[in-house]
Design a protein around this ligand. Structure first.
Ligand code: NAX
Length: 366
């Protein structure tokens, strides 16, 4: 048996966590041989609900569940964690503008970034789920000067999985035979679900579907799926979001299937001409606990226009919270480049985030 790893979850008594934590404790995220310590974090007023959930977890008698600790603040909750799943966020209230939502979440995520910086394990891997996920991840990352921006990611795997599921249903293929879907950009209706590189049973998808179905039905369906689920259920996606969190972390830590591409919101290093430093969803491959942007995909003018539109929204979001992004971390976010051969995260001058970091001495070729 391995040594247990520490996983912090914020918003731990919320709807997504209610599905997620049972999967994590049963080994779906990190494998059936990896014991876990869950450090669950909630708002002070939700601690009783969290205690109830912890009792249920205990009652499942999961062999891999080593310890559960409950916290009403992130400074305690992030202590020594290897993984941080930032799910809790301020929901949009009645009459609240998008800008107000950005601002109120900006405060939450800047505090969380500082707490990760000060208390988490140096190698912590962070996934932001709470919306607006991409910009919240940017804020957390910019407030954590001792951590590399590449340690912060945002969830667009739900959009990726939705695209796969809906395409499987349309073509009659099993989802396992569908590959190389890409979600570009923001986790919002501006995202671009790209099927130009996708395959069904190793054959290009675009030769097997109607172009007008792709443009007029498929793309708007993926972009607006979250809203469609809220309209039908009266509640936002929870179980599918939990599954996407599992898939995102599983692939990041344990690797993607050979030849497969997944979508992750990560800091842009300028690949595909995307503005450096924003958190943008790219096609990635993962191995050895690291991700790499899949380079060299051919992008036509039509696709480029859609990638630019979602990029413009992310730049606008960044500019709206600019005053909350400390100047001291601007450079590390601008100069990041992710080395393709080794997966080592390097700045443009060839150095890493920390000269003594083992990242620099591990030079595995993919
Ligand atoms: P719930 O409202 O059910 O749960 C959120 C929980 O977070 C609440 O229990 C609340 O007390 C807690 N919380 C709020 N602020 C906190 C803070 N500062 N520290 C600790 N806990 C805090 O929401 P749920 O359905 O679980 O969704 C959570 C977030 O995920 C929302 O922001 C939602 O918009 C976002 N989503 C993101 C998705 C993505 O793909 N990136 C998809 C699903 C979901 O819509």
């Amino acid at each position: 048996m391995r040594r247990p790893v520490r996983i912090a979850v914020t918003g731990a008594a919320g709807a997504i966590s209610n599905s997620l934590l049972f999967k994590v404790a049963s080994g779906e995220m990190l494998g059936k041989d990896q014991p876990v310590i869950l450090q669950l974090i909630e708002m002070p007023g939700r601690m009783e609900a969290l205690r109830g959930l912890a009792m249920e977890l205990e009652d499942c008698a999961y062999p891999l569940l080593h310890t559960i600790t409950l916290h009403d603040n992130v400074e305690d909750g992030f202590n020594n964690v290897h993984y941080a799943l930032l799910i809790g966020a301020r929901p949009r209230g009645a009459g609240m503008e998008r800008r107000d939502l950005l601002e109120s979440n900006a405060e939450i995520f800047s505090r969380q970034g500082r707490a990760l910086n000060d208390f988490a394990n140096r190698d912590v891997k962070v996934l932001v789920v709470g919306n607006p996920a991409n910009t919240n991840a940017l804020i957390a990352s910019r407030n954590a000067p001792k951590l590399s921006p590449s340690q912060f990611t945002a969830l667009t795997r739900l959009d990726h999985n939705r695209a796969k599921g809906i395409l499987a249903n349309h073509t009659g293929a099993n989802p396992r035979n569908i590959g190389r879907i890409v979600i570009w950009g923001n986790h919002s209706p501006s995202q671009f679900p790209d099927l130009h590189h996708a395959t069904v049973l190793d054959e290009p998808v675009m030769g097997q579907i109607d172009r007008s179905w792709y443009e007029e039905v498929f793309i708007p369906k993926i972009q607006n799926r979250g809203g469609e689920i809220i309209a039908a259920r009266g509640l936002s996606s929870a179980a599918s979001a939990a599954q996407a969190v599992i898939d995102h972390m599983h692939d990041w830590i344990l690797g993607t299937e050979p030849g497969e591409i997944v979508s992750m919101g990560i800091v842009s290093d300028g690949s595909y001409g995307v503005e450096k430093g924003i958190i943008y969803s790219f096609p990635v491959r993962c191995d050895y606990g690291r991700y790499q942007i899949v380079k060299g995909l051919e992008i036509g003018d039509w696709a480029r226009e859609r990638m630019k539109a979602t990029e413009a929204e992310l730049i606008e979001e960044r500019d709206a919270v600019q005053h909350l992004l400390p100047a001291e971390t601007a450079e590390s976010h601008q100069n990041l480049s992710i080395c393709l051969r080794s997966g080592v995260t390097l700045y443009a001058d060839g150095t890493g985030p920390d000269a003594s970091s083992k990242y620099l001495t591990t030079n595995r070729v993919m």
